[in-house]
Design a protein around this ligand. Structure first.
Ligand code: SF4
Length: 252
């Protein structure tokens, strides 16, 4: 059964040619961006923090920063692309350290909710013919029995309320959870914008979830029926892993 992740769907919306490179031609991204490496290293550190907390071990900030440094060193290569002028790999490394320090300070000793799963993978049959796949950074239960879907963002941009309201990523995750546990009453969707020490929390109504499901099915139908994958040049092209082989860029 064909499966789609949120990132696969948004790649198509961002640029059909990029979608074709990655998901149809299956060309491995020739370049890994420093932003991706930062995000991955911070996610691994937070995963470690909560995984050990689940077993009664609460890490100090220094311990988590040391684990973060280890993950950074393991994955870093000098070939990583750095787009923003005036920044170096060290800028990103330090940004990640600051994010983790602030998070640790704010949430220590990490008992606000009980962690159920970390980096939990799911496959959700959104229709009889299609599945949605994803990974939930942290799934937790609060004292009143509600579920929380936590997602960590390391981006430099803080979305406004309308962008948060129209985001579909965590809503798709909620649909998957409600399919898995149909009796669940309350689910909160929580984004942690780590660079801003900002936690944004929303809930979706059943009608909003149904609209997102139908829109997602419509988008999947569009993707499956298309035979044309035009380039869509935009400022984000500077961060595109396929820029070097993109026909629109070769002409420039
Ligand atoms: S460089 Fe821009 S136009 Fe080309 S594939 Fe990437 S996102 Fe699309």
């Amino acid at each position: 059964m064909p499966s789609f992740s949120h990132s696969k769907l948004t790649t198509y919306q961002q640029c059909p040619q990029k979608y074709k490179f990655r998901y149809i031609d299956e060309i491995p991204p020739p370049i890994r961006s420093i932003e991706l490496h930062l995000g991955d290293s911070v996610h691994r550190a937070l995963e470690k923090l909560y995984a050990d907390a689940m077993h009664g071990r609460t890490h100090s900030c220094d311990e988590i920063l040391s684990f973060y440094q280890q993950k950074w060193d393991e994955g870093y290569t000098p070939q990583m692309r750095i787009v923003r002028s005036g920044t170096t790999a060290r800028t990103y490394l330090e940004n990640g350290r600051r994010m983790l320090q602030t998070y640790h300070q704010r949430f220590y000793p990490f008992t606000q909710s009980r962690t159920l799963e970390l980096e939990g993978k799911f496959l959700y049959p959104v229709s009889e013919k299609h599945e949605i796949r994803g990974v939930i950074d942290r799934l937790a239960r609060t004292g009143d029995g509600s579920l929380e879907i936590h997602d960590y963002k390391t981006s430099r941009r803080l979305p406004d309320s309308s962008q948060v309201g129209s985001d579909t990523q965590l809503a798709l995750y909620e649909l998957a959870l409600r399919h898995r546990w149909p009796g669940t009453r309350h689910i909160s969707l929580i984004w942690h914008y780590l660079a801003f020490d900002e936690e944004i929390q929303i809930t979706k109504t059943p009608q909003q979830l149904e609209t997102i499901k139908q829109n997602t099915l419509g988008l999947i139908k569009r993707i499956e029926s298309t035979t044309s994958f035009p380039t869509r040049v935009a400022p984000l092209c500077d961060w595109c892993e396929y820029k070097e082989i993109c026909p629109a860029m070769v002409k420039c």
